[in-house]
Design a protein around this ligand. Sequence first.
Ligand code: ZN
Length: 257
Amino acid sequence: MSFVFGAIIGSFLNVCIARIPNGQSVVSPSSHCPKCKAEIPFYNNIPLVSYLILRGRCHSCSEGISVRYFIVELLMALLSFALFSRFGLSFVFFVTLVFVAGLVVISFIDLDVRIVPDVISLPGIILGLVVSLIGFFLFGSASGVVPSPLSSILGILVGGGFLLATAWIYEKFTGVEGMGGGDIKLLAMIGAFLGWPAIPITLFLASLVGSVVGIACMLWTGAGRRLALPFAPFLCSGAVVFIFFGQDLARFYLPPA
Ligand SMILES: [Zn+2]
């Protein structure tokens, strides 16, 4: 059930990923083929299933549809299933589901057009803080991965501040712009939703995996020069790992509560 629910959300996220970079509305017009403009009837717009039945082609002009649509729906379905298995039907489940949905949109837009959209990350910072306040008033304390309001505020400051400082120092010494401003806002959003302990782990995992993938890509393509990889997908992956394993990982550097 949570798998199907996730796939449906993924279907909507696909619309966001395709339209947000162009500044288009995500609610209207209804879905249509990017090539022949034919409207996609609801029975051909079933998440995951339609892509397989139509073998990734438009029903009217047979133009190939990007496999990204299928990947996003499957990814979101799996994430939804995993979050539900972990947290059950709870406040934390809905919060993390919304957060992860935002991360998926940001990652795929960054992969696609190399932009971390402010329209997601900036409201995301506010929403993360608001959610921590709601959690605090409902339960009187931090609940699972939803941090206390103080931890959320510190997360925004540490996440935003740390990267801002790093970017400034990097630019000072090399004269090259390193980390983009979009990544800084994204990390502040991650800090807002997960609290400050998430920042070091997310950064560590993102840098580690980013380096490995970066080196692999350089070897694969034979490009000796600096290869600019989008960093947001790595930050987002780090944040998702923190949601599932953060409590265990944080024990290494936090005093026992
Ligand atoms: Zn078409």
